[in-house]
Unconditional design. Structure first.
Ligand code: GDP
Length: 355
């Protein structure tokens, strides 16, 4: 079935909206980003197609069968639109206004969406554009929190399969309490955590730290967690890491300097996490969001980096349910450092949150 509509002639209502837009008579909601589309703007031409889609998205939804629309995946979220991938093509999409009003959270990387596609031709250029009509229920969700005791959490990645929590043996040394928080954040959102101890080549120099790390890793394994040890300099554990990432969508977590970029570059030399993935539009000065970036792995799968996110949220975790993420605490077999970690996280959960 061909779901692609040629740019239809402007409807009466749309002409009216366009007219009101240029006459400066649109209300605040209609004007979202409007000033950036002003005639004096340098990006005026570039913004024109997005503006057309935005105006069209103001129309009420009138689609009989949403399930028959193409099902795409959100690969990048920008301030005014999102990139949706479908059958190898990228569509610049805006969200149907009527739908946006009904949703409590914004679209995030990894969301699966039903969309109406529109082929736009301007001069010799053909772009794929679309309007997002529905967002499928998220299978997993990773959130960020503004602070340790934050009440409000913001989803940042949807439908990822797992989270690779990277720590380094030294330089910087591991903060096990923060590892525990990341593990809970992953599991609470439905992602499978994998703990990766990098810079294992430093084990002679940092013998004491290594002895403790080995003990900690063995303890995590006893709770059912998957762990690996890697060294980029010694080429250690990299095949195992590659096998774990292949054909999966993996969120990368871990503090700056632990070696996330080096590990990814070692298994996929074309990728540099410090360079934002290329977008159809970001060369043209669009604003990218900084909370999640998705990189395709040539051997299958994708990794999602979350630069700038300091703290993940504990999605729907309550004071009562936290113990479910600490089976060792529940069984009273937790070593002191795990017990302390549990108590610190417990204290950070507001009493009435989500109850
Ligand atoms: P990121 O901030 O987590 O992406 O960390 P980077 O990949 O930028 O690495 C930070 C520093 O650690 C760089 O100087 C790397 O060369 C170094 N590094 C990365 N992996 C290893 C490793 O396995 N062993 C050692 N000794 N250094 C590493």
């Amino acid at each position: 079935m061909n779901h692609c509509m040629r740019s239809p002639k402007k409807s009466g209502r749309e002409k009216d909206l366009t007219g009101r837009y240029f006459a400066g008579k649109m209300n605040e909601d209609e004007m979202r980003g409007g000033e950036r589309f002003g005639g004096k703007s340098k990006n005026y031409q570039q913004n024109k197609t997005i503006r057309t889609a935005e105006l069209r998205a103001l129309e009420p939804q009138n689609i009989a069968d949403l399930d028959a629309l193409p099902l795409g995946e959100v690969v990048q979220v920008f301030s005014l639109f999102s990139e949706v991938q479908f059958e190898g093509k990228v569509f610049l999409c805006v969200v149907r206004k009527t739908m946006a009003k009904l949703r409590s959270t914004q679209l995030v990387v990894g969301d699966r969406v039903r969309f109406t596609s529109i082929e736009q031709t301007e001069g010799k250029d053909t772009h794929n554009e679309g309007i997002i009509e529905r967002i499928d229920e998220r299978q997993t969700v990773l959130t960020r929190a503004d602070s340790f005791k934050a009440l409000v959490q913001h989803p940042i990645v949807a439908n990822a399969k797992q989270m690779l929590v990277v720590v380094s043996l030294a330089l910087p040394t591991v903060k096990w309490g923060l590892v525990d928080r990341m593990i809970v954040a992953a599991e609470a959102g439905g992602l499978q955590p994998i703990l990766c101890l990098n810079k294992a080549d430093l084990k002679t120099e940092f013998a004491k730290e290594y002895a403790f790390a080995e003990e900690a890793l063995a303890h995590y394994r006893s709770t059912g967690l998957k762990t690996i040890e890697t060294s980029v300099t010694l080429n250690l554990g990299l095949d195992e890491l590659k096998a774990l990432l292949k054909d999966n969508v993996t969120v990368l977590a871990g503090h700056s300097g632990v070696g996330k970029s080096s590990l990814i570059r070692a298994i996929e030399p074309t990728l540099d996490l410090r360079v934002a993935p290329v977008s159809n539009y970001n060369q043209k000065g669009r604003h990218t969001t900084t909370s999640a970036r998705r990189y395709i792995l040539g051997f299958g799968g994708a990794v999602v980096d979350t630069p700038g996110v300091k703290l993940f949220g504990l999605w729907k975790v309550t004071r009562d349910s936290l113990v479910n993420y600490f089976p060792d605490v529940a069984a009273k077999t937790a070593p002191e450092w795990r017990q302390e970690s549990y108590e610190r996280i417990l204290e950070s959960i507001p009493e009435s949150d989500f109850e």
